[in-house]
Design a protein around this ligand. Sequence first.
Ligand code: BJW
Ligand code: ZN
Length: 298
Amino acid sequence: MPPSDSEAEFQEALRRSQHIVVIAGAGLSAASGIPTFRGTGGMWRSLDATSLATPSAFAANPSLVWQFYHHRRVKALAATPNIAHDLLAKLAIPNFLKTLAPMAKSFHLVTQNVDRLSVRALNSVAEQVPAGSKRADRPRMDCIIEMHGKLFDVKCTTCNYCEGNLSSPLCPSLGEADAKLGDYHDAGSVANDIPESQLPRCPDCGALARPGVVWFEEKPLRLDDINSIVYKADLCLVVGTSSTVYPAAGYAYRVKRHNGVVAVFNLEASSGDDLADFVFLGPCEVTLPHVLGVSKDN
Ligand code: BJW
Ligand code: ZN
């Protein structure tokens, strides 16, 4: 049977669900101005973003990879959460969730995004809760898992040092390289090498530091927690991801395998559609509030 696009049927499935998990990807942050990885957004100065997100790219050219991440940090710092981040953050409030899913016992957001926008949205929701509110009227602050790490973490390539660092630029050489190249289109062909000694260094041992994100061939974070959440989930919303990168791309299948319901929210057809019960095409910042039946006032 082809997937349904019936909002009424989806809302009925939502009302029946007890354990809800959202698997999110770059499309969730697209409306905040953060480029996606694949498709038209996925190029940085003529280079394919995914080719820079590997340990071997960093080993071969740490200067280039750090410049890419400097650019990403600048974009994420300037961005603000969009309507879709805000709505998902509100679902972390048990009493709000119950208005849409009266049987709900848990809600989790597993995001592949490193931009922190979902966490910022959750913090804003928490700040808006009046002092003295009941526990069920406050968001569960532990409901977000950032499985591919955090753009603002800087970690040592040698020792265990890792810190969150919002400074921009992280070191003068990255700011100078950015100012020099600006929007220059073809970074791959322009020599702009920063010596390793002038790239971010570990304050503990002095070794080269790297972005605290998960690259291809590296182990995503909190896999045990995610596995338990996915094992329990009876409703999985797949939001703004091409569903091409594992293990995230396999979670919806696992929810389906134990008879859970899967709903995809994507701008266009994606490889997650094959097994979905529902597919809602369009920008998730529009479809999510609409399909969940949430207006600005509730
Ligand atoms: C909108 C929208 C709007 C736009 N509204 N929608 C088979 C099984 C298992 C693993 C593998 C396998 N084959 C290969 C692997 C390994 C590999 C992998 O999956 N490779 C694939 C290419 C096949 N996976 C790994 O290496 C992972 N590690 C791993 O598996 O380890 C195993 C292990 C276990 C135990 C010990 C040791 C090891 C690691 C993957 C790490 C991925 N890293 C990156 C970079 C992160 C840092 C950074 O941000 O720079 O993560 S790559 C990049 O892809 C990034 C993303 O999180 C990830 C997924 O991309 P995403 O989010 O889906 O973005 P896009 O651009 O692809 O799609 C955006 C979508 O949004 C599109 O569909 C648009 O249509 C849509 N859209 N606007 C709604 N407004
Ligand atoms: Zn160190």
